[in-house]
Design a protein around this ligand. Structure first.
Ligand SMILES: [Zn+2]
Length: 518
């Protein structure tokens, strides 16, 4: 039979199974695995592994025009440069976080309006396939039915920040949003650091003259992460809602999730590369600020616990949280522990670093690598088996991985506009040689061979989920009640002191003085 493209000679990796098989691709999908076939085009892939293109469910790309509109510094990759970074590292699908921003009159967009804007902005730029996570900054203020309307329009997830003390203290609003999400078939994503504890720790450091960014890890203690993870688990239990904890960073927080999952609660766990490869000792370096992400880098014991979590199935996904700044912006000397620019570029390095440090070293298996970088995220976000699998009928999203390729990480010559990598100088083994997205060769021997707009938006109507449904009498003791937020948190400075990433309120919230820098 004749196909559009035939990939010859690769070893096809699917969970639990590995075989040398040719891959026949027609109309952007995998049509046949193994057997006799001919193609209009053929790609010789001897010696390469055929793995599913990565599904990175957590990115922060900013479509063109948004930076000018909000008027303060934002992340530097749009959907085109971000797509290039993704593809060059083996990723073919991304999930981007969609922030409401102030509209022309200074009124915060509704999540539906933000999604509408970002759909238009991304469509002409993206070269990876993409989906969007609506961010709910103020769920209590939403129009009735907003979460259901978002899911109905194909955006079956919501994200909320427990870093906002007002929101974290508003349990009814959190529960209502998570309940609405569950009813609509959506997953609830939560940034788990307790805002009141962060603000207190940060203010204390500044008052003690230790406000420099080098002290960032002390401004965001593990205890704040654990408190918020406990709250997230409580939301999963009380709302019966599937909860997805983004960028989990510590052994203690992972342990809370492990216990919740053992009790049958639908708590998904994501971590990101920073916590697998780096520890807080980096903050002793002169350019400490370049490592700032929230939560911060942790201890070696946390790092080891996360690797064990990957191998043991306690962590579902490794996502980049790609939030790129230039080095100059990161090192801005006017920043402090509360205003430090959070996030790093990691789209291009996510899969090679995990392969090199995980599969090559034997910390995780190749099957686990595929599950952590593609299959699990596709399942959780309702895209499986269209994405995350190499199987007949799936989209032909394939990273043809050269397991022996050696390279030294050099952010200055990578695709992100950040211009540096936190792993600069790191020697890695394993990199994609070709990347195919829906049947189109998008990357070949170091060259990007796709164009802006070649990516497709992926509607997600009801998400599937890989964990069991919550049992009403799951044996799980509730977390201790939250202490009330101190009064001063309700006073001015509020937004400035919060880890909003960045504060998108533009000074609109009463008393907010958002961090602006030249
Ligand atoms: Zn993020």
């Amino acid at each position: 039979m004749g196909f559009d493209l035939v990939v010859r000679g690769a070893t096809v990796v699917t969970p639990g199974h590995r075989e040398a098989a040719d891959i026949g691709i027609a109309d952007g999908r995998i049509a046949q695995l193994g057997g006799t076939m001919t193609g209009t085009e053929e790609l010789a892939a001897d010696g390469l592994l055929a793995i599913p293109g990565g599904v990175d469910a957590h990115t922060h790309l900013v479509h063109q025009g948004l930076a000018e509109r909000v008027g303060f510094p934002v992340w530097v990759d749009d959907f085109w440069s971000g797509s290039r970074a993704a593809i060059a590292g083996g990723i073919t699908t991304i999930g981007n976080m969609t922030y409401p921003v102030p509209d022309g009159e200074g009124t915060e967009e509704t999540p539906v309006a933000a999604i509408t804007r970002e759909m238009a902005g991304a469509a002409g730029e993206a070269a990876v396939d993409w989906f969007l996570h609506p961010i709910l900054l103020h769920p209590a203020a939403l129009p009735e039915g907003e979460v259901g309307a978002l899911a109905g329009a194909g955006h079956a997830s919501i994200k909320m920040f427990l870093t906002d003390p007002d929101l974290a203290a508003d349990e009814p609003a959190l529960l209502a949003a998570a309940t609405a999400a569950q009813a609509a078939g959506s997953v609830t994503l939560l940034h788990c650091e307790d805002g009141a504890m962060l603000a207190q720790a940060g203010e204390q450091l500044i008052a003690a003259g230790r406000g420099a960014v080098a002290n960032f890890p002390d401004a965001r203690p593990v205890a704040a992460e654990v408190a918020a993870v406990d709250q997230a688990i409580g939301i999963a239990r009380r709302a019966g809602a599937r909860v997805y904890i983004v960028h989990l960073s510590s052994a203690a927080a992972l342990d809370r999730c492990r216990r919740a999952r053992a009790a049958g609660l639908p708590v998904y766990v994501e971590t990101r590369p920073l916590y697998l490869h780096l520890t807080r000792e980096r903050f002793d370096e002169p350019d400490a600020a370049k490592y700032v992400g929230a939560p911060p880098l942790r201890e070696q014991s946390d790092r080891e616990a996360l690797w064990a979590g990957l191998a043991g199935g306690d962590v579902d996904t490794v996502c980049s949280d790609h939030a790129p700044w230039t080095l100059q912006a990161k090192l801005d000397p006017t920043l402090n522990v509360l205003t430090a620019r959070q996030g790093v570029a990691d789209l291009e390095t996510l899969m090679p670093m995990l392969y090199s440090e995980g599969v090559v070293t034997g910390r995780i298996t190749l099957d686990q690598f595929v599950a952590l970088t593609a299959a699990n995220a596709a399942r959780i976000f309702g895209l499986y088996p269209r994405k995350g699998a190499i199987a007949a009928g799936s989209d032909a999203d394939i990273a043809l991985w050269d397991p022996g390729h050696r390279r030294t990480i050099d952010g200055a010559h990578m695709q992100s506009r950040s211009g540096y990598s936190v792993y600069d100088g790191w020697q890695v083994q394993g990199w994609p040689r070709f990347v195919i997205r829906r049947g189109q060769v998008a990357f070949a021997d170091g060259q990007i061979t796709t164009r802006p707009g070649d990516g497709e938006w992926l509607p997600r109507n009801r998400t599937a989920g890989i964990l069991p449904s919550p049992s009403p009498d799951a044996d799980f003791s509730p977390p201790p009640p939250r202490p009330p937020a101190p009064n001063w948190l309700r006073m001015s400075k509020r937004c400035r002191t919060l880890p909003r990433i960045p504060c998108m309120c533009l000074g609109r919230r009463r008393g907010c003085r958002p961090a602006r820098s030249r």
